[in-house]
Write a protein of this length. Sequence first.
Length: 72
Amino acid sequence: MQKAQEMYRALVRTRKIGGSIVVTIPKEVADQEQIREDELIEVEVRKPRGDWFGAFPQLEIFSREEELDAHA
């Protein structure tokens, strides 16, 4: 019997690092799904509809140092 897959949604901001556009998987989702570094995962990409400005006030902007530290 195959386990039903849960789908997690998160609104995340893209960042450019080198020649690539990257997104960060929220820690809560990574912990829940036991996602570790260098694993192959499936990602569905879609731009959100409507105006999301102010919808997630807890979403902070990454500083340049945080970006560099996270991908060192």
